[in-house]
Write a protein that binds this ligand. Sequence first.
Ligand code: GLU
Length: 511
Amino acid sequence: MERKVRVRFAPSPTGPLHMGGVRTALYNYLFAKKHGGDMLLRIEDTDQTRYVPGAENYIIESLAWCGITFDEGVHVGGPHAPYRQSERKEMYKQYALQLIESGHAYYAFDTMEELDAMRENLKAANVASPQYNYITREGMKNSLTLPSDEVARRLAAGDAYVIRMKIPRKEEVRVVDLIRGNVLVQTSQMDDKVLFKSDGMPTYHLANVVDDYLMKITHVIRGEEWLPSAPLHVLLYRYLGWEEVMPQFAHLPLLLKPDGNGKLSKRDGDRLGFPVFPLQWQDPFTEEISSGYRENGYIPAAFINMLALLGWNPGTPQEIFSMSELIEAFSIERISKSGAKFDAAKTKWFNQQYLRQTPSEDLAKIFATEIQAKGFDYPITYIQAVCELVKEKAQFSNEFWSLASYFFEEPNAFDMDLVRKKWKDAVPAFMANLATDLNSTASFDALSIESLFKITAEKNGIGAGAVMQIFRIAISGQAAGPAIFELTSLIGKERIVKRLTAAIDQFNSIA
Ligand code: GLU
C-alpha cells in the first residue's frame, strides 16, 4: 500500500539552529510539499545534560521566519502529540523491554568506574577505539553475564542500570540511502549502544526510531553526521518487527567552509564576517551574542533560495526560485553526495536580487517601522516612493536608513573636502539662482526640475554636468545616490529650497 509521505525535522534544543539545520528542515519541507505529504516538528530533548533554555523557541521562530511551515509539531499540535520527547518519556521503555524479551537487548549494571577501567585496559592493550561490544560485554556486569537471580535481585533493589542493544557478532547490515546508494556495515564494527539510560530516559537512538515508527514517518532526511547511526536504526526496526514500515533514508551532504576544508562552523562566520544562524542568538549562559541573517538585513526568501542550492541543483541554469518553484523543482535525486561550500558573496548577491524584486510597497512596510522608531512621521506613500528610488542601491534591508536618511531629516554635516574638490567659482551664484528659480517654478516633477537646472546653469555660464554633484551634496549631504532630479522632486520644493539656502551659507566659507 502506498503510504502518505510524512517527514520530520527533529532538532535537539542544544543551542541556536545552525544554517545547516535550516537546510535539513528545508529539504524535508520541499520533499513533503512536493509529494502532498506532511511535515512534522519533533523536539528531541532526551539528553537533559545538553538542554539549553530558549533553544526550542529559537528553532520555532527561525523556521517561521524562513517560511517553513509544519502540519504537525510541538508548536501546532497534531494527532501524534506530544511532539516533545521528554513528554513522551513513558512510551519508550516498553520497547526496550520488548527487545530484552526477544534477546536483542540486555540490562547492564556497570558503574562509571568499571566502564572507565574497561576502556583503560583496552587502551593499554592497544585497542584503538575501546567499545562495549560482543567481546567486551563478556567481562562486564550485565544480564548476559550475571546469574538471572542476581539480575532479578538487582532490579528489585532498584540498582542503577542501562539497557544496551545486543549487536550480533557477525552480520552485514545494509542501509539503503536515497543519496548514497547501498551502505554496508559489519556488525563486528558496531558497539552495544545504550538504548535506555539510568535516568529513565531513552537515548536518541531508541526515541528517534520509536517516534518515527509511531508517527508514521516514511522518509528520514537528515545530516550526514547521522549516517553512522543508521545501521543501528535499521537493526532496531528489524528487531522491533517494524521492517515493513521502515522509513527510507537520505543523508544530506555537509555544509563546508568557504575554502572547502571541513564543516562550516560558527567560528568561520565570526572569522570571515557572516552569520551562521538565521536569527540573532544570545547564549543564555555566556550572554555572548551571535549575529543572524534576519538582523543583518536578509530577506528570508533570499536566504532560503541560497540554502536550497547548497547541495541540490535543479539541473538547469535557473538560480532564482520562489518557495513554490523550489517545491515544484525539488527531487532527492538531485542532491549531491559531496559537501557544499558556503559562499558569502553569493549569499549577498541573492539578497540583492530579492531586494530588487520585492515590491516597494512591502519594503516600505518594513522601513516604516524603523522610521517611526526614530520618531519621524511620514506617510507610507512617501516611504514607498523613497524605497522605490533607493532599493537598487541596497544589498540589505537594514541599509535603507543609511542610504535614505536625508529623505527624512535635513542633512547637517557636509564633507567639506569633497565640496572643495567639486568647487567652481560660479557655484555660489549658480546655487543662489537655482534656489530662486526652483522656488518660483510651478511644476516640481523631475523633468521640469531637470530643464530648469540646465537653464540656470547656462545662465551662469557653466555646464550642468559640472555642478550636478555639488548640487547633490547640497541637498542630500551625500556624494552618490539615486537619480538626482527624481529625489529632488520627491523631497519637495519647500525643503529643497531651504536645503540649498542652508548649504550655500556653509559652502560660502570656502569661497
Ligand atoms: N535529534 C537529532 C538532531 O539533533 C535528529 C537526527 C535525526 O534526524 O534523526 O539532529
